[in-house]
Design a protein around this ligand. Sequence first.
Ligand code: ADP
Length: 154
Amino acid sequence: MAKIAVFPGSFDPITRGHDSVVRRALPLFDKIILAIGDNPDKKPYFLLKKRISWLKLLYKDEPRITVIVYSGLTVEFCKQVNAKYILRGLRTSADFEFERTIGLMNKALYHEIETVFLLCDPAYAALSSSIVRDILKNGGDVRDFVPEGINVGD
Ligand code: ADP
């Protein structure tokens, strides 16, 4: 059976930290689904359309990566797409505490799911989408923080 992982996130916007996790996880799975959560309670900074197009552009040459928008419970989405793994990145102990709660609850909701954590590349330990948004709002240059070829300043 194909090993399918879901990497859920807002990707608002995608950063080099996300990209590093995705690329490092590729050898572990047959397929990775970048699952953009469309959460009605969260007001994103970038339009969903833009976030989708950046992810599709970035992974256009990697047929094992697909981009899908979902809403509702991540585990329900995993069942729909036959994914038995949820991929997450860990930057700090705060990330770990947050992820542990979600991971345990996901397991309680769907026993067959396993959350796989990759430690963040130290170069990206301080990088987050929210920092990239703050820099942008203040007119700064974010090119070093988003993957090459992704122009979030447009
Ligand atoms: P969320 O909407 O859950 O906050 P994000 O898009 O911010 O989603 O992040 C999705 C996943 O990417 C999370 O597992 C998060 O820990 C991971 N991540 C975010 N930034 C980095 C980074 N700089 N390095 C490694 N992983 C990261």
